[in-house]
Design a protein around this ligand. Structure first.
Ligand code: C2E
Ligand code: CA
Ligand code: CA
Ligand code: CA
Length: 275
């Protein structure tokens, strides 16, 4: 038994070494991928549920890694935050997205996701404004999505960044609404322009029990606060029909298609005469 225990100890130790090695390998690959321009913006359609028309796109980061293939942001964003390259990565992607979106019809907005780490940068708002000037993209067509985890830090600093962005005409959305803590008090205290209902709630609307009621409650909360609402993660027609019954809201999800690269997005818009 003693011997087996010892082997097991060695097994754990070598597994930990493997994980550490893989993690280091990923970090290096991310840095190299940044220099090699391997990070690209993908775009997910945002639909006016009443008319069925495309009204915007959410930019979602992808890593086209020479080594690992197409990598999800759930893998590389947390590492990019830890090794402090998230600012560079995000600015590269946003600049590209602004240039892509400049080709789209002027009625179409661009939403981008921002990490809490970026909101700790006192120059963040200036950087965004500078990119708008540089690219000529109109501020009123840009929407910045922040999650509740952004609000767990220096709230005065976050407030002043939001104020600078809004002063220039940029909209601010509260992303993944309902998944964090103290959502309700923050809704009142910060000047959001839109609520995005997390897909974990949206997918439940088709069910007859209380979880279905939750989405209805969030939509009427939005109405009460005069906050427009976007439902994310619409995967089927049943969910869509239930949502359409709730009134004037926007939606997005795999029912309309997976996120696509700039090229495919452009082709989609061209067919719809929206270039
Ligand atoms: P998110 O902002 O909540 O984005 C929505 C995610 O749900 C996307 O995953 C999208 O592909 C996926 N999705 C959309 N519709 C459906 C659906 O109908 N069903 C299902 N099952 N999933 C759907 P993705 O692209 O993997 O992004 C994951 C998260 O990574 C995002 O969640 C966002 O928090 C973060 N992220 C993505 N791009 C960036 C970025 O440029 N910067 C930062 N800081 N975070 C990013
Ligand atoms: Ca988002
Ligand atoms: Ca979201
Ligand atoms: Ca989400």
């Amino acid at each position: 038994a003693k011997k087996r225990g010892r082997n097991r100890y060695f097994w754990f130790e070598s597994q930990m070494e493997d994980e550490l090695r893989f993690r280091n390998e990923l970090e290096t690959a991310i840095r190299e991928g940044l220099s090699a321009d391997e990070f690209v913006p993908y775009y997910e359609q945002q639909i006016d549920l009443e008319t069925g028309k495309i009204v915007g796109f959410e930019m979602l980061a992808r890593w086209r890694s020479a080594k690992y293939g197409l990598v999800s942001p759930d893998i590389f964003i947390p590492i990019a935050e830890e090794i402090d390259v998230i600012g560079t990565l995000s600015e590269t992607l946003i600049r590209r997205a602004l240039l892509d979106a400049l080709e789209w019809h002027e009625s179409i907005t661009l939403s981008v996701n921002i990490s809490p780490v970026q909101l700790r940068d006192p120059w963040f708002a200036q950087k965004i404004l500078h990119m708008l000037v540089e690219t000529g993209f109109p501020a009123r067509r840009l929407e910045i999505e922040i999650t509740e985890s952004c609000l767990h830090q220096n709230i005065a600093a976050v407030r002043s960044i939001i104020a600078s962005l809004k002063n220039q005409g940029i909209s601010i959305s509260l992303d993944d609404f309902g998944t964090g803590y103290s959502s309700l008090s923050q809704l009142r205290s910060l000047p959001f322009d839109r609520l995005k209902i997390d897909r974990s709630f949206v997918s439940e609307i088709a069910s007859e029990d209380a979880s279905g009621e939750l989405v209805r409650a969030i939509v009427s909360l939005g109405k009460g606060l005069s906050l427009p609402v976007t439902a994310e993660g619409i995967e089927n027609g049943t969910v869509l029909e239930k949502l359409r019954g709730l009134g004037d809201i926007k939606g997005q999800g795999y029912l309309y298609g997976q996120p696509e690269d700039a090229y495919a997005t452009r082709a989609r818009l061209e067919k719809l005469d929206l270039l």
